[in-house]
Design a protein around this ligand. Structure first.
Ligand code: PGA
Length: 243
């Protein structure tokens, strides 16, 4: 695991954007795995700036997002479809047909998850997967549990995640209890992975990711098994890592 520690959120975001843009420069038809949440917002902003200044071109890029809430329509302000459009896609020259997110409204969820896996495979697989991390070590919505899903599937969110995510909703009751998420096996099949974390609240999860045992109770610890993972952290998130 490579670990890059940056001074603050802004320089962490810039470094992450540089790595994504570098990947797209090397391979114009890159397949990106993308994440939502507060953490990658700065990275998306920087990528939009780079696009506007002609430094990067997304016209051949394909994207697959990690997750979406179950039964939240794409135009819901809290849906990840909406998040991605507002914060990234509508500002760049990506083709609509190259954008993929799991459909939380699908009539047949099992079929939807299978098709999502097939679409990733048909695209040639994820070249670069961008990840955030939950305070509990979840990646995507792969929550700590006795066992983890290998493939894309419908999962129950933990109470902790519902509580943490309720900051975006008007009440706890409004937070969906389930989500579709790309599975751990699919994440670990990506050729390269970058994980972004910022702030003291993530320090324990980062310590467990880097220094802890590989355990389903900390899904991010499985990243230790991948040959090409880079953590991009700010100082607060890196503060509990021990040599
Ligand atoms: P955050 O979420 O970036 O909003 O902290 C990360 C996650 O829960 O995976």
């Amino acid at each position: 695991m490579r670990i890059i520690v940056e001074e603050d959120y802004q320089s962490m975001s810039k470094k992450a954007a540089l790595l994504v843009a570098g990947q797209v420069l090397l391979k114009a038809d890159t397949v990106l795995g993308l994440a939502t949440g507060s953490t990658p917002l700065g990275m998306y902003k920087e990528l939009v700036r780079m696009y506007q200044e002609g430094e990067v071109d997304f016209s051949a890029v394909k994207t697959f997002n990690l997750d979406e809430y179950y039964l939240l329509p794409p135009d819901d302000l809290q849906s990840y479809h909406y998040f991605m459009q507002e914060n990234f896609f509508k500002h760049i020259n990506i083709r609509a047909e190259n954008i993929h997110l799991p459909d939380g409204m699908a009539a047949d969820i099992e079929e939807e998850c299978m098709q999502y896996e097939k679409a990733i495979e048909a695209s040639g697989g994820i070249d670069l997967q961008v990840l955030g991390i939950g305070e509990n070590g979840h990646i995507g919505f792969n929550e700590p549990a006795e066992s983890l899903n290998v493939y894309t599937g419908l999962v129950n969110l933990t109470e902790e995640t519902i509580k943490v995510n309720s900051r975006f909703f008007s009440s706890m009751e409004e937070v969906p209890q389930k989500a579709l998420t790309v599975g751990m096996g699919t994440i670990l099949k990506a050729r390269r992975i970058i994980l972004l974390a910022s702030g003291e609240k993530k320090a324990k999860a980062i310590r467990d990711t880097v220094c802890g045992q590989v355990t389903t109770q900390v899904p991010s610890s499985f990243l230790q098994l991948h040959p090409d993972v880079t953590l991009i952290l700010d100082q607060a998130a890196a503060s509990l890592i021990v040599d």
